[in-house]
Design a protein around this ligand. Structure first.
Ligand code: ATP
Ligand code: MG
Length: 173
């Protein structure tokens, strides 16, 4: 697939960062492209998208270790898991095997001091030309915004959660 790769960031507090990235994955796959998703935060429960990934050709999916959980007592372990995840990201980006790579929730790595943001910036700058990258997560730091082509801030006006409606299968996970 012939593409000119973009660097896209979906950030902000509103819903839609990860799901918009996955919508783009669907597009790329539809045109015969190859997609890799690397998730830096492992939430609980059975995520529908992960189930679907197992049944989808040309889509590789990595969940970093057991995921970090942000408890003070295992911060070193969380950092290690995050770094291992970033090593997978580096390998996949530089492999030139993909048209789109989604680095889901990667914005938290520099925010939690798990990784210097310059490491991410360097990887973005060294990516193969055809490869598009989508970075998701809240509070993307200015260094990441600076190297992106397209940045969208999801702004929450309302969320069902605020009215006591729990996360719903098929919608939130
Ligand atoms: P989604 O995966 O639905 O696109 P997201 O990637 O924008 O959400 P995250 O912070 O990664 O947002 O979401 C973690 C979980 O919280 C997801 O199940 C998501 O649907 C849900 N969520 C996202 N935004 C909000 C919000 N403003 N209030 C409550 N729950 C939210
Ligand atoms: Mg998300």
């Amino acid at each position: 697939m012939e593409t000119c790769g973009r660097v896209i960031i979906n950030t902000g507090n509103g819903k839609g960062k990860t799901t918009a990235a996955l919508g783009t994955a669907f597009r790329t796959l539809g045109h015969g492209g190859r997609v890799c998703v690397i998730q830096f935060l492992k939430g609980q429960g059975q995520y529908g998208e992960r189930v679907m990934a197992g049944k989808t050709e040309n889509l590789d999916w990595f969940i970093c270790g057991k995921g970090f959980v942000f408890k003070k007592d295992n911060i070193d372990e969380d950092r290690e898991v995050a770094r291992q995840g970033f090593e997978i990201a580096r390998e996949k980006v530089l492999s030139d095997q993909y048209d789109l790579i989604i680095l889901d929730e990667i914005t938290y790595l520099p925010l939690y001091d798990f990784l210097d943001v310059t490491e991410i910036v360097k990887l973005i700058q060294n990516k193969p030309k055809r490869l598009s990258l989508i970075l998701t997560g809240r509070d993307a730091v200015p260094e990441l915004i600076a190297v992106a082509d397209t940045v969208t801030v999801m702004e929450p006006l309302k969320h069902a959660y605020e009215n006591g409606i729990k996360a719903q299968k098929g919608i939130e996970f």
